[in-house]
Design a protein around this ligand. Structure first.
Ligand SMILES: Cc1cc2nc3c(=O)[nH]c(=O)nc-3n(C[C@H](O)[C@H](O)[C@H](O)COP(=O)(O)OP(=O)(O)OC[C@H]3O[C@@H](n4cnc5c(N)ncnc54)[C@H](O)[C@@H]3O)c2cc1C
Length: 403
């Protein structure tokens, strides 16, 4: 493991830092409505694209810089420090567009890649359904061929960002007569097409980050198909592999912030930090936080050497999402009755811990639940026996539904 930048990495970091200092917007976005934040985020994305910092590892002809994954990590680390608006483009640029680049024809790529890199158009991922999440291959939204078109009917759920997205990739069932993984096909769709209805889901945080999306006789051209008919599962795996890389670790208040919160919160005659039971938990989180940091360094070292990181991303996600949830709940205890203050102007850290209490449970589900990631680690890393899959050879239409 190597903790230091190489000479080239240090030079790139200095260049990125200088550019960020000169160009990053100095904004306080807390409390602003999502529409306003999105406007700032689009402007920032366009600026990054112009300077070739938007998609560093992509080829220059696709709007990237032809850079290395380690340069992408370095830029991300420095960008996080300046507090510029992020997040709106991660699913599109991290998962959907790479899928489009892998499976669409040149005309489609030429039409969509540039506007996505510049942030002019945003993409969403329409996979999960009410009865198909971890087992996404069990989905029921169907597409039926009609001449040169396909007609889509069904429902998706938990679609992040669908309410502000322009396009999406949608996985549908095109053949119910074969086993579930074999009858799927992927299409790109225009979210403004007739028959597409987006209904935001209201969350306890007050926000609506994700949505239900309904399809009623939505017509798509066969030319919108990504990959062969019936090969949608293979196409989806490309998206999902990119998702695991993108989700990586939880972001939110961290161990040092909890420590400083406890130090500054009065309790009894001293501060909350003097509580023995609390100190014991802190010690555990310290060990976890150091383990996470070193695991991340291991991934970064692999990238720096031009290798592909191993299963660390799954381990990092399980540990960091659980830790964030546990630390945020503990912060509420430390703050006692002030824990219910979620106004960013009144609560410490602009209510970062209050936000994470409401958000961290979702992180343990998004991009693979704890149990699914543990299964992956057990089967693919530790080589333990695979889960028994009773429906592997059963035609989808013959699978028992309980209805
Ligand atoms: C914040 C957030 C954003 C999301 N954004 C998107 C998006 O943009 N697009 C999209 O398509 N989806 C999105 N999702 C949906 C997400 O992919 C699913 O929620 C996730 O895959 C889990 O599926 P599920 O909710 O149907 O739960 P289920 O799969 O029904 O799981 C329920 C419980 O059973 C457990 N379980 C299931 N199968 C097994 C098994 N084989 N072994 C052991 N335990 C098991 C799970 O771990 C979980 O505890 C998002 C979810 C969240 C929380």
């Amino acid at each position: 493991m190597d903790f230091n930048d190489t000479a080239e990495e240090a030079a790139f970091r200095a260049e990125a830092k200088a550019w960020l200092q000169a160009n990053a917007p100095k904004l306080n976005l807390s409390g602003l409505p999502e529409k306003e934040v999105l406007k700032h985020a689009k402007a920032w994305q366009a600026k990054k694209a112009e300077a070739r910092y938007a998609c560093i590892t992509w080829p220059e002809k696709l709007g990237g810089r032809g850079g290395t994954p380690i340069q992408q990590v370095i830029f991300g680390q420095e960008e996080a420090k300046v507090g510029a608006p992020r997040g709106f483009f991660d699913i599109g640029l991290g998962m959907c567009i790479p899928t489009v680049m892998a499976f669409a024809n040149d005309e489609t790529k030429g039409r969509f890649v540039g506007p996505a890199v510049r942030g002019d158009e945003i993409w969403c991922q329409l996979f999960s359904e009410p009865s198909a999440g971890s087992d996404v291959a069990g989905l029921r939204t169907k597409a039926v061929r009609d001449g040169d078109d396909w007609v889509i009917n069904g429902q998706k759920v938990w679609t992040s960002g669908a309410h502000y997205c322009d396009f999406g990739i949608v996985l549908v069932r095109t053949d119910p007569d074969v086993p579930k993984h074999k009858g799927l096909t992927m299409f790109w769709i225009d979210m403004k097409d007739p028959g597409v209805t987006v209904k935001p889901i209201h969350q306890m945080s007050g926000g609506s980050n994700f949505n239900e999306v309904y399809f009623e006789n939505v017509r798509v051209k066969d030319s919108q198909r990504l990959g062969p008919v019936g090969d949608g599962w293979k196409v989806a795996l490309v998206t999902l592999m990119n998702e695991r890389l993108a989700v990586g670790g939880a972001t939110g208040p961290n161990y040092p912030e909890l420590l400083s919160l406890a130090r500054s919160t009065p309790s009894g005659d001293g501060s909350a930090l003097e509580d023995q039971a609390f100190r014991e938990k802190l010690a555990d989180w310290y060990v976890q936080a150091e383990g996470l940091k070193l695991t991340r360094f291991r991934s970064i070292t692999a990238l720096s050497r031009g290798q592909t990181p191993g299963p660390e991303a799954s381990i990092g996600k399980i540990v960091s999402a659980n830790q964030l949830q546990a630390m945020s709940s503990e912060a509420m205890e430390v703050l006692d009755q002030y824990g219910i203050l979620s106004d960013p102007d009144l609560a410490p850290l602009e209510a970062g811990f209050q936000q994470s209490v409401m958000w961290s449970a979702g992180l343990r589900i998004a991009g693979g639940t704890d149990e699914i990631l543990k299964n992956i680690i057990a089967e693919r890393v530790l080589g333990l026996p695979g889960e028994i899959r009773v429906d592997k050879d059963v035609a989808f239409k013959d699978m028992p539904t309980g209805l």
